[in-house]
Design a protein around this ligand. Sequence first.
Ligand code: ADP
Ligand code: MG
Length: 257
Amino acid sequence: MNLCVAEEVGVRIGDATILDGVSVSIQPGEWVSIVGPNGAGKTTLLSALAGLRRTSGTISIDGKDLRRLTPREKARLLAYVPQQPEIPLGMTVNSYVLLGRTPHLSLLGMEGSGDIEIVEQVLEQLNLSDLGHRVLESLSGGELQRCHLARAISQSTPIVLLDEPTTALDLGHQQQALDLIRRLREERHVTVVMTMHDLTLASQYSDRIILMADGRVAAEGDPAEVLDPERLSQLYAAHVKVLKLDGHLVVVPSLKE
Ligand code: ADP
Ligand code: MG
């Protein structure tokens, strides 16, 4: 069964149509990247899948209508990391990552030893144990990105939705973050849906790519099928070549001939 199904999802803001008849299905354990030019509707689609948007059409997670779920039920099914999460000032890494456990706490809101143990494991997996007592605003961009990921992972949900998790990172940290997501996904069997700008990285890491343009799905499928140079050149209004290097696709801008 599909884990997440969106059918004919539409979002309108005032007179503008931001998403128009978008249908996507995500299988359990899949890693799907949503790509497309600026303003294509990637963030809107991801936040709709997270249940944060009023939409037309239907979205179901694990067979349940997203609209009928309480915030707590939603937070047990999916973790969402926006592109620029708010950083609570003065909060330590430990406390921030522990916030991920909120949907699992009892009504009294007290975390138990199980919650602390999960957070400790996640901090260790993400190489954050030594930073546990640092306040968030003292961290570098890469460290902060790992904290957001840690908070999402400690939420222990079957689905993790990430909005451009690597855009603010340099090449090495981009690779590190994606390798980490790959490892966590294998170890914890989470389903990953993320938006990405870098088409080369998207093709290297994801099972499937959904290419958006103008609020619609322009193409979806295997990275090699979707990343067609002519299609990309047209949609991005650019000159694009798709090369194959060591068995991987590489999408590069090319000079006008
Ligand atoms: P992407 O993530 O692909 O860059 P977004 O989903 O953020 O695109 O935005 C899609 C389109 O919707 C853009 O044209 C953007 O300007 C528009 N949009 C998003 N939020 C609003 C809003 N609150 N009011 C008006 N337009 C919006
Ligand atoms: Mg966006």
